[in-house]
Unconditional design. Structure first.
Length: 268
């Protein structure tokens, strides 16, 4: 049996992570703490500097993330199909709830959101990306360029943050536009039903699950399970993690495979 060493590190209010650094790890087990990856607090109601600009078209959207339903200190064993097994200690299992006071419709809306205290950027939490991807996909057949800008920003790889705009996943982009519409894309938020034309209730609420399958042989990936009211089965969203300043701590999270959120919901 081969055991891989790995630590999922919790973010602090200063964008650091409050777990053992990589150079302190010892061979044997993966000391993972997804539950504490971000100790979320209620977002402050203070108006941001950008909201003080009278001409700003951005919505005033407040974000809340509740991870209090996660159980901590679980042990998960993962195999990679090649007789290698990895042990995750202190893995979190349970539900995380993301709440948006309104739906962002532009990139400016996303950039001007009021985030939970201690979260300076949308990429400082693994939990916000899936909800924002759904919001971006809602714009796909209303404003194609705006949708693309939103998706590129949300899915921007951590190692690209200091470069120019990168087309996140061009192959997924071409798959998205095989559809003529995805009218039920907001069904990932609570309250959206076929009877109300897939209109979610406000504030928008998305629940995601962390299960034993959220942990994989790839130590840089976690998988969040989200459910659409328009689909029989839940969908996994993969969230990748980067150590952008090479200090041995994960500080940047970005979701991928956004096209999976649209599959089976799109209309040809």
């Amino acid at each position: 049996m081969k055991t891989r060493l790995f630590t999922l590190l919790a973010l602090t209010a200063a964008l650091a992570i409050n777990t053992t650094s990589c150079n302190q790890q010892k061979k044997g087990s993966v000391n993972t703490s997804i539950a504490s990856i971000i100790p979320q607090e209620e977002a402050e109601e203070a108006v941001s500097e950008d909201e003080n600009i009278a001409d700003s078209p951005a919505k005033k959207i407040t974000v809340r993330i509740d991870d209090s339903k996660l159980s901590k200190k679980n042990t998960v064993n993962v195999g990679d199909g090649e007789r290698n097994y990895y042990k995750y200690d202190n893995a979190a299992l349970g539900t995380v709830t993301v709440t948006l006071s309104d739906i962002p419709e532009t990139l400016d809306d996303i950039k001007n959101m009021t985030l939970p205290r201690g979260t300076a950027d949308i990429h400082n939490t693994p939990y916000l990306g899936p909800a924002l991807m759904v919001c971006a996909l809602n714009q796909a057949f209303r404003d194609k360029e705006e949708c693309k800008e939103m998706l590129n920003y949300v899915a921007k790889r951590g190692h690209d943050i200091n470069t120019g705009v990168v087309d996140a996943y061009p192959s997924d982009w071409s798959q998205l536009y095989q559809y003529k519409a995805i009218p039920s894309i907001l069904s990932y938020f609570e309250g959206a039903t076929k009877q109300n034309n897939w209109t979610p209730k406000k504030p928008l609420t998305m629940k995601m699950q962390l299960t034993q399958y959220s942990y994989t042989a790839d130590e840089f990936v976690i998988r969040l399970l989200v459910k659409s009211a328009a689909k029989a089965s839940p969908q996994y969203v993969e969230v990748w993690m980067d150590d952008t300043d090479n200090d041995g701590k994960y500080d940047y999270f970005y979701p991928i495979n956004y096209i999976n959120l649209a599959h089976s919901l799109g209309q040809y």
